[in-house]
Design a protein around this ligand. Sequence first.
Ligand code: CP3
Length: 337
Amino acid sequence: MRFLDACRRKRTDRVPVWFMRQAGRYMPEYRKLRQKWSILQLAKTPELACEVTLQPIDAFPVDAAILFADILLPLEPMGAKLRFAPGPVIDNPVRAAKDVARLRDFDPDEGLGYVAESVRLIRRELDGKVPLIGFAGAPFTLCSYLIEGGPSDDFRTTKAFMAEQPQAWDKLMRLVRQITADYLWMQVRAGAQALQLFDSWIGALTPEQYRRHVQPHSRFVLESLRGSGVPVISFGTGTGGFLEDFASAGGDVIGVDWRVDLDAAWKRIGRKAIQGNLDPILLLGDRKPLKEAVADVLRRSGGKPGYVFNLGHGILPPTPVDNVKAVVDWVHAWRPS
Ligand code: CP3
């Protein structure tokens, strides 16, 4: 299958393409389900999670499916009070060592068994059509939600925590990294054929903060999955200032955002596959600049084995469905000259 082959740096007939957040609010089919069900209900009901996962597969000839879930789901069985209002809110954020001590380790088959059930159901329904990607949040991004209590512009509470309470930070990251590794292993046992670790907000850090407070923990997760037999994509945004360090933490495929040139980024990453990096904002606009930008990204891939076309970050809710379809077709029609 061309997506899995590209992850393993094997030559493929066409460039494989999928989109981060390809199931979601930009699709009318998703919005219709959301009128009836909350995001947590969708994620916790395997039949509904399966239906949402398949919506983009039925609409576009993308080369991979991504499990419908959310990176924040593991926070609940850890003891966080998570709700979506509509953005995520954690009512009992972690602010001190005593809050870390109250968090629980858990068996993912018990705390997140519904995700395993979704994976099994989706695999059955996909019936080999395209591979299924499982995923989790990377330790930094996950802990930033735990500490901030929701999204943040500047991560000031998280940065203060890591700098001023380094022992509590270390304890928190060790707990989260173990849960994340166990959770991803559970997804592989259930049938996930590739994994993506989302470090969506890692670019907020200085290179030194990343190396000192985060990289060992991301490395733990990525290393622990080596024996799983499935390719692992390590995705981060804003990693341009420390891309070599980010790539050296592990992963078979490095996901990069639009703030770097794909060819220059690939040189810095070295002997790994690369995924990215169209600016998702371009999907909101006119076809001509969109097509030119897609062509530019493809040209920078050089037609080399080990490239997966994607956006630099997730699809935005106002994205026209027709633009998504057009991009898939352009990518599949492309041949290196
Ligand atoms: O196709 C897919 O990728 C769907 C599965 C998926 C969701 N969330 C469903 C979702 C995935 C892979 C995620 C990952 C996720 N969740 C990330 C990392 C990816 C990224 O974009 O950086 C992050 C940071 C989250 C946390 C999260 N979940 C936020 C900040 C929000 C609210 C903002 C938003 O994007 O709506 C969510 C809710 C969420 N998760 C939605 C979906 C489809 C929207 C919920 C809705 O229908 O209202």
